[in-house]
Design a protein. Structure first.
Length: 351
């Protein structure tokens, strides 16, 4: 994924939902958490409340471990699910495979088995082809299947699709991990509660995203099946993901989950992506190449159009070979933002 951005960055763009501001309700929660002293390392009232909310959303067996970032959540969660000789099967496009600088292998010591998928989604059939070699000492032992919801290509797994993967994993004595950096966007698109396509679908551990949905920083490892992990508290510390002033991470997640902020933010981001896709669908020379199911739009433009647009708006070129670009919408993307960008796309395509 390459990038070319204007020297003077506009207030808003479509490069990443990480570029968005912090939601005002999150800022207010941080200010409220900043009163007085609280015990460190997770003994504070905010982290206690977060545990209650995670049980409400994911089930009474669920537990939560706040961390600094998504890569940390993935690496610590997967490491707690695996032995040193374990392998993790994941889509080739997975963040753990392409965008974490080898951290699952370098930090956790895991073997990743990437699987080519046309839409970023694993299937039981694909899993069946790669989950083999059990008991063979020369072969890294498949232990975890890791999927992303929503995927890096903006696509969605249905609860049934996840349940089918979980069922096959159980047959092979494997566990299921979900990278949920955009889990809220998936729930908004599916119009389902969070547990419907996680806990109830047989998922064991997930990374719950906050930064892409209005937080300043912080994600969480959510353990849905306590029997699936070992040494989580020690691994979080050993992996440098234990926050001493944890209340500032937890308070943000509490503000996100206590009401419907997590859902409102995700619904809005998804709606802005749908608005953008609709606005440019008939523009000559613009081809939307993937289903627009969450807050991402993938399109192919003539290279010269992309080059001119990137002088005016910030967005990523996803694949230099094909000319595919990615436009991301956020909780703070506005209708005027979308309309101005769509208008510029039409202008540059016509030029």
């Amino acid at each position: 994924m390459s990038e070319t951005f204007p020297e003077s960055e506009p207030l808003r763009g479509f490069a990443s939902d990480n570029n968005a501001s912090v939601h005002p309700e999150i800022m207010a929660a941080l200010a409220a958490a900043n009163e007085g002293h609280q015990p460190a390392y997770g003994a504070d009232v905010h982290t206690v409340r977060l545990r209650e909310l995670v049980e409400d959303h994911f089930g009474e067996r669920a537990d939560v471990y706040p961390v600094f970032n998504g890569s940390g959540a993935n690496v610590v969660g997967l490491q707690a699910m695996c032995d040193r000789w374990s392998a993790v099967i994941c889509p080739e496009s997975a963040h753990i495979n392409l965008d974490e600088c080898g951290a699952p292998e370098k930090v956790a010591g895991l073997k990743l088995i990437p699987v080519s998928t046309p839409d970023g989604k694993l299937t039981p059939g694909l899993l069946d082809r790669y989950a083999w070699g059990f008991g063979e000492e020369h072969h890294a032992q498949p232990k975890v299947v890791s999927i992303t919801q929503s995927t890096e290509l903006g696509t969605l797994y249905t609860p049934g699709e996840i349940a089918a993967i979980s069922a096959l994993a159980r047959e092979r004595d494997m566990l299921v991990h979900v990278d949920g950096a955009r889990l809220a966007n998936a729930a908004a698109a599916l119009d389902l509660p969070l547990r419907a396509f996680t806990t109830d679908a047989g998922v064991d551990v997930l990374s719950f995203g906050g930064t892409k949905n209005g937080l300043m920083l912080g994600e969480a490892i959510v353990v849905l099946n306590p029997d699936a992990v070992r040494g989580m508290t020690y691994l979080r510390k050993a992996s440098m993901q234990l926050a001493s002033k944890m209340r500032y991470v937890s308070a943000q997640l509490v503000a996100l989950l206590e009401g419907d902020l997590w859902l409102r933010n995700a619904q809005h981001a998804n709606a802005m992506a749908a608005r953008l896709a609709t606005a440019v669908a008939e523009v000559p020379g613009v081809e939307i190449v993937r289903p627009v199911q969450t807050n991402a739009v993938f399109a192919i433009l003539p290279p010269e159009v992309t080059e001119r647009l990137q002088k005016r708006f910030r967005f990523h070129t996803w694949d230099d070979r094909t000319g595919e670009v990615r436009w991301m919408c956020s909780f703070d993307t506005t209708e005027p933002d979308v309309d101005a960008f769509a208008s510029a796309i039409a202008q540059e395509a016509a030029a």
